[in-house]
Design a protein around this ligand. Sequence first.
Ligand SMILES: Nc1ncnc2c(CN3C[C@H](CSc4cnccn4)[C@@H](O)C3)c[nH]c12
Length: 227
Amino acid sequence: MIAIMCAMREELEPILEYLKLKETVEYANNKYYLAKFNNLDLVLAYSKIGKVNAALSAAILIEKFNAKKLLFSGVAGAIERDLKIGDLIIATKTCQHDIDLTVFGYEPGFIPESKVFFECDENLNHIAKKVAGKLGIKLKEGIIASGDQFIHSKEKKEWIAKTFGASAIEMEGGAVGCVCDNESVPFFMLRAISDAAEEGAGIDFDEFLEESSRVSAKFLIEMLKEI
Ligand SMILES: Nc1ncnc2c(CN3C[C@H](CSc4cnccn4)[C@@H](O)C3)c[nH]c12
């Protein structure tokens, strides 16, 4: 079983449009969609926004639906300058920029007995780069940072860039990376840029959420043909 996860309904809907749903399972106040594509058994869900919701859905996808790989598709705010709205980025690793136990001498993003960074699956990233090459699509790769805040401040964005070396920002990948790392499930995260995470980002986000979600969804479907 392969899990496909998003955070928002708007990020999942364009993926479901490509699929013929077999069944919908209601569980833990959420919906999980079962489908077959290219001879793959898929389970899909949007978690709702934020790290806690994302962790819950990721754990359910693995524990209840027996997902052996977890692919995330959605949108993100750009940190790296050359990432423009609509551009695609895959995560090499994810982290949580809003974890702060520095008063105890720990580095930003670190929780005792855990990690700052959670590595994404190299094989799935390799497939993504192969697909991008075949389709002639620009695909960036980099660290993607998560926190339970919509970032719309140049100062905060630059702090995250300096502290974590992040190329993009969102609100779920660090939690999903943590769950997949602890469950030893390969994790892949693809995001299309919806805004620049600076002042005014909320306006851009509202304008480009649907279009950027489609960009990510379309690429993810192309990837499923190669898995
Ligand atoms: N600049 C940014 N900072 C942090 N995260 C992001 C994202 C990625 N997603 C979109 C969505 C924003 S919150 C939301 C969205 N709509 C309504 C309510 N909340 C949340 O799931 C994280 C895109 N741009 C971001």
